[in-house]
Design a protein around this ligand. Structure first.
Ligand code: SAM
Length: 301
């Protein structure tokens, strides 16, 4: 299933792309936002599309049917934390707009790398499978206290300590290498705590494994570190009057974006969204992933 771009109308409204402007999409994914921008910046505007996931880049590349579009879409398989170096190396610019649509896409869940708790796959969770630590290494290698802190901090998981304790007990019997093993371990902790006999004791409409998976994914990909690194680079790379739009999907990300924007002097950037923009009820109905999205935009002075 293709990823449905979140808040695309709102992003386009803030960017208001004009013919021949250049843009950067730091989180290309399936290219939903990128192609909408590319259409509006024809005939000569270019878009630099970055994604850490080599499959995302390969799929977008293989879908380019038309030479004209191919010439205007520049692809880079890299982490957006290297934004300034990429722009320098490609001599890309001037840059009118930069988009960060954070986290993972529907397509990421289909990669077979253990992002989804609904599938039984190896516990990997790396956006870029060519390097870095796998989720299974954390689950089987970290001590109980470290796991509990991770689940608490990055998952905001209320049962962090109980889940960490169950993980350590289960991995002694057999290493936890598959997503379903981890899901079952989390469910055991929940059933015990809630004294529930239900197969899946849903909490507030959320599957109990959601937060554990979120915490592991954030850690594996150092998502918050990458975000902190890219924001100042994005402001630097923009031309005067250019816009930076960030869509965050949980409070940890949104807090970093909000604080970063507020920490810059007014002489440097102007905040265009006093409050974060959220998706319309209509969009949320059609695309539940949009429910938690928060869009913040600044203009470079
Ligand atoms: C929400 S999706 C973007 C979807 C895209 N806007 C679309 O409409 O199809 C986020 C994408 O960012 C990528 N990503 C996440 N963190 C990254 C990072 N630090 N550097 C580069 N790409 C990253 C993921 O691999 C994923 O493809």
């Amino acid at each position: 299933m293709a990823h449905v771009p979140v808040m695309i109308e709102e992003v386009l409204k803030f960017f208001d792309p004009k013919p021949n402007q250049n843009f950067i999409d730091c989180t290309l994914g399936d290219g939903g936002h990128a192609f909408a921008v590319l259409e509006r910046i024809a005939p000569n505007g270019q878009l630099l599309g970055i994604d850490a996931d080599p499959d995302a880049i390969a799929i977008v590349e293989s879908g380019i049917r038309n030479q004209e579009l191919g010439n205007r879409l520049i692809l880079e398989n890299d982490n957006f934390r290297n934004l300034a170096a990429i722009v320098r190396e490609k001599k890309f610019g001037p840059v009118y707009g930069i988009l960060l649509d954070l986290g993972f896409s529907t397509s990421t869940l289909e990669r077979g790398r253990g992002f989804s708790f609904e599938k039984d796959e190896l516990l990997d969770m790396r956006f870029d499978p060519r390097g870095g630590i796998r989720a299974a290494e954390i689950v089987n290698g970290w001590d109980q206290r470290q796991i509990a802190e991770l689940l608490e901090e990055y998952g905001e998981e209320k049962l962090a300590r109980e889940i960490a304790s169950k993980i350590v007990a289960e991995r002694k019997k057999k290493p936890i290498v598959m997503t379903k093993q981890l899901v079952e371990t989390v469910l055991m902790a929940y059933r015990e705590k809630l004294k529930s006999k239900q197969e899946v004791p849903w909490v507030g409409g959320i599957h109990p494994a959601t937060k554990t998976f979120q915490a592991l994914r954030i850690e594996v990909n150092d998502e918050l570190g990458a975000l902190q690194e890219v924001l100042p680079q994005a402001v630097e790379v923009l031309q005067a009057g250019g816009r930076l739009a960030v869509i965050a999907f949980h409070s940890l990300e949104d807090r970093i974006v909000k604080q970063f924007f507020r920490s810059w002097p007014d002489a440097k950037i102007k905040i265009l969204t006093k409050k974060p923009v959220v998706a319309s009820d209509e969009e949320i109905k059609n695309n539940p992933k949009a429910r938690s999205a928060k869009l913040r935009v600044v203009a470079k002075v």
